[in-house]
Design a protein around this ligand. Structure first.
Ligand code: 2AL
Length: 246
């Protein structure tokens, strides 16, 4: 099967990092097609970043659908554009935040999220509300690390910061699992799981395995109700190229 892994920011090193993590867990028969937005911000850390990232992301969803991919993964912890992507797609579309939260809730009664800047914490809370996960998440913890600091290989100093925040979550929050709150943390999941001896869930790898499950079960995005196709209509200006056509 072919899974399109979309980095909705425009930083190539981050796309490569998440592709490595995705390929590491993918089944031998799964091809990971790693792509990134052609337009938009280098990282997504605010509502404005998210709004500006959406046209490029939705263009990749449409291109993937045209190419007949079996599933899409949106690899940014804010799950930007997830509902719009599901309107445009018939293949399943998995957001890494929803994937990680759902997977954590299967193995622990409660979890904490360890994420990047304090600036991104309200987005995580909004997603928890959206997904009905507020009773499962005890706390969203910021590390003060910007997404682009995690762009390539995570440095020892940043690993230490993230590890410390995870340890605080386990000591203070009474949780049984940790959800990593950025696609750029995907390279830390295995070592943190071993060091902390609790499930540490990275959304990129969780989303790939959930995508494989849905494809294997031939479950596709419903076109009835909330994810019905958007109707084609006239658009003006530079964004017209991104509008649905039919
Ligand atoms: C992210 C992420 O995963 N990619 C990005 O650009 N921003 N998440 C975050 N919490 O800031």
């Amino acid at each position: 099967m072919r899974v399109q892994l979309i980095n909705p920011n425009t930083t190539a090193a981050m796309t490569e990092k998440m592709a490595v993590a995705a390929r590491h867990v993918a089944a031998a028969s799964t091809q990971i097609l790693a792509v990134q937005s052609a337009t938009g911000p280098a990282s997504i850390e605010s509502a404005t970043d998210e709004a500006l990232a959406l046209p490029g992301l939705l263009a990749q969803i449409r291109a993937g659908e045209a190419a007949g991919v079996d599933a899409h993964v949106i690899a940014c912890f804010g799950d930007p554009g997830l509902r719009a992507a599901r309107e445009l797609a018939t293949a399943p579309v998995i957001g890494i935040a929803e994937a990680a939260m759902q997977m954590a809730s299967l193995v622990a009664a409660s979890f904490s999220v360890v994420t990047t800047l304090a600036r991104t914490v309200p987005t995580a809370h909004r997603l928890l509300e959206d997904y009905g996960m507020t009773t499962r998440c005890r706390r969203v913890r910021a590390t003060g690390i910007a997404v682009l600091e995690l762009e390539a290989q995570t440095s020892d100093l940043l690993r230490q910061k993230i590890r410390n925040e995870c340890r605080l979550a386990l000591a203070e929050d009474g949780v049984g699992a940790i959800v990593l709150g950025c696609a750029g943390m995907a390279d830390l999941c295995t070592e943190l799981t071993q060091e902390l001896d609790v499930p540490v869930i990275d959304g990129v790898t969780a989303a790939v395995k959930l995508a494989e499950s849905l494809v294997a079960l031939q479950i596709r995005t419903s076109k009835l109700g909330d994810y019905a196709r958007p109707s084609a209509k006239p658009h003006v200006g530079v964004m017209a190229q991104f509008a649905p056509t039919a």
